[in-house]
Write a new protein. Structure first.
Length: 126
């Protein structure tokens, strides 16, 4: 394991744990809308994990898609909460988790783009 993979593994683990936490919170609230939201988080978390863990080139090539989807889903959930409510403490805690998901996924996408650029960069000549 190289020094560059350890932060990526930790970042992936934190994103997946936050995704599971917000899915569990939405699942515990009951109701169809919360159930669908929890299922959306679980499906996107599984797709995110597949994109990171599967060594197939086609999966790796499109691994940005579930990442962007997870960030978009969390952003829409935040906006819907701000518009619809109801405003209570657990709701704000969940929105904080979702903001963290969005920011960490953006960081993950930027790290992945930087790694792709470094791999395509020609070696320096002396």
């Amino acid at each position: 394991m190289s020094a560059n993979t350890t932060p990526r593994i930790l970042l992936t683990g934190v994103i997946l744990e936050l995704t599971l936490a917000t899915a569990f919170i939405h699942l515990s609230l009951g109701g169809t809308l919360f159930l669908l939201n929890a299922m959306g988080y679980l499906a996107l978390g599984a797709a995110y994990l597949a994109g990171v863990a599967l060594p197939m080139p086609a999966v790796r090539r499109f691994s940005w898609l579930p990442r962007a989807g997870l960030a978009a889903f969390a952003s829409v959930t935040i906006m819907a909460y701000l518009v619809i409510g109801p405003y209570f403490t657990l709701g704000w805690v969940t929105k904080g988790i979702e903001v963290a998901i969005v920011l960490l996924v953006i960081a993950d996408l930027l790290l992945d783009a930087d790694a792709g650029r470094a791999a395509r960069r020609p070696p320096r000549s002396a």
